[in-house]
Design a protein around this ligand. Structure first.
Ligand code: 13P
Length: 344
């Protein structure tokens, strides 16, 4: 294992005031996001969109890495420029990463639960992705909270897949981002979210231990502790920060160098406010950062709408969200930052 290569990738991803842009939406997911704005999801549009994100001036001030999808890692720039998207990122000092799971399917015999696929042939794919410029990987498992859900069987099946993925990534010299996402869909309370997240994280770390994954050479990606989106009792940012940090202290070993947050469907500004509150805490053993998809991209996508004329404004919107979240990592975000969108 090339330990030092993984170590330096992780240190760079966790650079101060910087986070990760998740731009690795699968075909169905990007299709859904495009459809909402009447953009047709074809290879050309997907390439143009990701090229717009990757060529944002100044992105590297606040973004240390970008997670790409299989299609994008191979895509070249438009207008016949023979440079791939990973090379465009690397030239700016942004580390290209790759989502390597192949999405979720229903878990047989467990109604309402999912298992993530993609382990078959993964060893060979990792070698290929390395050759294409990727330096880190991501695998997402999905845990649903509901009546009598999640089951231990679902958590363990996903934990084992995450651990096998992480072991294969480390073997290939790629830094794994291990992502158990506890969905915020549903009407469950924040207390229930914390309970389920604790259980899921503890089982994931048990599996990582069983698979001899080196905890110092991975990142954990998960959600904040939140009430379900449909829960009548929502809570303030202070309560989110307190519950999130308490959960991590109980369930994430101090050997893990960093925890990066997904946004999970929170609105962009709310995600930033909560991130800011969490990052104000001192004395935690891990570096905390973001690995947002929607909470970084949503305003940019809305502006872009598939038109080259909107590229500059869309890039300004992305840069703005990246900057706000970069400031939040230092606990320096404030609402006033949102009023300066245009000039930034
Ligand atoms: P969201 O921030 O939109 O949840 O996406 C992050 C991600 O990478 C999910 O796998």
């Amino acid at each position: 294992m090339t330990t030092s290569a993984i170590e330096s990738t992780i240190q760079a991803l966790l650079g101060p005031g910087k986070g990760i842009l998740a731009a690795d939406e699968s075909f169905p997911t990007i299709g859904k996001r495009f459809k909402a704005l009447n953009i047709s999801s074809n290879e050309e549009n997907r390439g143009a969109y990701r090229e717009m994100l990757a060529t944002t001036t100044g992105l590297s001030e606040f973004i240390s890495g970008v997670i790409l999808f299989d299609e994008t890692v191979r895509q070249r720039m438009s207008h016949g420029i023979p440079i791939t998207i990973p090379k465009v990122l690397a030239a700016q000092g942004i580390i290209p990463g790759i989502k390597v799971d192949r999405g979720t399917v229903s878990l047989a015999n467990f109604l309402g639960e999912k298992i993530t696929q993609g382990l078959d042939g993964l060893r060979e794919r990792l070698i290929e992705y390395r050759g294409l410029g990727a330096r880190f990987t991501k695998w997402r498992a999905v845990i649903t909270i509901g009546e009598n859900l999640p089951t231990g069987t679902c958590i363990d099946a996903n934990a084992n897949a995450l651990a096998h993925f992480a072991a294969l990534s480390q073997e290939a010299g790629l830094a794994p981002i291990v992502e158990p996402e506890i969905l915020m869909n549903g009407s469950h309370s924040i207390v229930r979210c914390e309970e389920v997240t604790n259980e899921a994280l503890q089982r994931v770390f048990a599996a990582l231990f069983e698979h001899r994954v080196v905890l110092e050479l991975m990142l954990l990606k998960t959600g904040m502790i939140l009430p379900g989106a449909g829960c009548p009792k929502q809570v303030d940012v202070g309560e989110v920060a307190e519950a999130t940090l308490r959960c991590f202290r109980r369930s994430v070993p101090a050997a893990v160098p960093g925890i990066v947050f997904l946004s999970g469907g929170q609105s962009d500004e709310v995600a930033t406010q909560r991130l800011n509150a969490i990052c104000r805490a001192s004395g935690v053993p891990w570096r905390l950062s973001f690995s947002f998809g929607r909470a970084l991209q949503a305003p940019a996508l809305k502006i872009w709408k598939g038109s080259p004329a909107n590229i500059e404004a869309a890039q300004a919107a992305l840069h703005h969200r990246a900057k706000c979240n970069g400031f939040a990592l230092q606990g320096k975000y404030s609402d006033e930052m949102e009023n300066r969108k245009i000039s930034i």
